[in-house]
Design a protein around this ligand. Sequence first.
Ligand code: FES
Ligand code: MG
Length: 578
Amino acid sequence: MHMASNKNKRRSQLSYGKLDKDGFIHRSWMKAQGYPDHCFDGRPVIGICNTWSEITPCNSGLRELAEYVKRGIWEAGGLPLEFPVTSLGETQMRPTAMLFRNLLSMDVEESIRGNPIDGVVLLGGCDKTTPGQLMGAASVNLPTIVVSSGPMLNGKFRGRDIGSGTDVWKFSEDVRAGRMPMDDFIAAESGMSRSRGVCMTMGTASTVSNLVEALGLCLPYNGSIPAVDARRQAMAHMTGREIVRLVEDNIRIKDIVNRDALINAIKVNAALGGSTNTVMHLLALAGRLEVPLSLDDFDTFSRDIPLLVNLMPSGKFLMEDYHYAGGLPAVMKKMASHLHLEAMTVTGDTLGTRLETAECYNDDVIRNPDNPVQDNSGIWVLRGNLCPQGAIIKPNAASPELLKHRGRAVVFESIEDYHARIDDPALEVDEHSILVLKGCGPKGYPGMPEVGNMALPRKLLERGVRDMLRISDARMSGTAFGSVILHVAPEADAGGPLAVVQNGDEIAFDGEARSLELLISDQELQQRLARWQQQRAESPYQRGYAKLYVDTVLQADRGADLNFLTGGSGDEVSRESH
Ligand code: FES
Ligand code: MG
């Protein structure tokens, strides 16, 4: 731990504490907003890093929530200063919000480092916003606390609960199979998203906000209080008080998030039935923090964790039910024997202390370990000649009978090729085939979109087929389900073996053995790869951020951060601006 520092050495005082031309400039222009002299007297200056945006609907409540954080900061004797950063709306951005997660992280990092603040509260919610903010904040390492948007109210449609994302995939297959009229489909849209907040299934956003809570980087119940529940405002207020104390005690993000905390997060992710996307985000965060964490750790540490949380897409309930059942503290209490309970949190309590008062109010929503939703959960990490740097599958989203499967590849060279041919009645495919999609990795798309759970051929849907084994270098939405092998690395566009899979090749997947093999000889594979290298075309991305991204992005097994962003540069800036 860093020891409490003299308040004159506070970072903000390097700007506001100076009795010279530079100090005048720093203070005077801030006084233009009505701040009196005593605001610059050495009190902690707290940045509120806000991803509020009207085109990130999941974060549209954060402008208002920031005001409650400010109340707490003022009350504790700090000076709150809110600033905007890039926002990323998962459902609005093309080609995928993931392309811009690293751009957000750079924005956050430089905004924190460049400004005279002593600590920061990160306001995020939608899938890529919190991970991008955490990555940027980790590379500066100031005292940091997260306040999340919180989940939407449960979706409602014609007398039943419907879940963000999860029911979209179901409804659209029903429409394609002729079981749902288009009028119903449109009507369901307003019932699904009927309040501000993030997806109310255990999708990526809710998984991430719960993992932030597991990491100890926020106040209890940040992961579950509904977005529109007044208790979220109260929690935001209390967060304002805590960040001031955290600055006074000089406890920084690296003091909270160590390897034990990250392993806790991996285990909690398994108990939640959490999103596969968190694999990418935790690996990237660990890279920023310079904490050793590997793809294989996800398999190792989630192996004997039962699925306790009965939420869509792995189970049946939604986030409102989860909060009323006791939220993450109740989950962690039930799996306490698996966790590092001495892990520190931003409130100064250990994780173990936080769990003492936790209670579960509904054992069907948050199951007991002797009655889990499924025996083992988590993420399986696969190896084999088709994925030398790994691939993953979420077994509790898959069909048990497909967890060991051998079949012939039906290959799509790109997403356009897939869309053009998937519903072609002449496509040679049956329920034993394996759908293989290329060109959807970090470099390929670019940005590694959530298309790995590609919809099945219409002619098979009409025959009642509901699942098939699918393999790609893409991700899938945290709200999605199916027997889907994701994050194949190296991706096709980086010259991975996936690039040379051909129609009709046999592929063998054995989940228990964690293996994924393309059944051709080694010699044949090498010849195909050499040919691929010779025929490789120049990248179409020759300018702007897309070029920077494609030229420098790491593969999925490293969290798809940019290669020059791993690690951090600390919080020091020695030079003045004038
Ligand atoms: Fe924003 Fe799901 S789309 S949280
Ligand atoms: Mg998503």
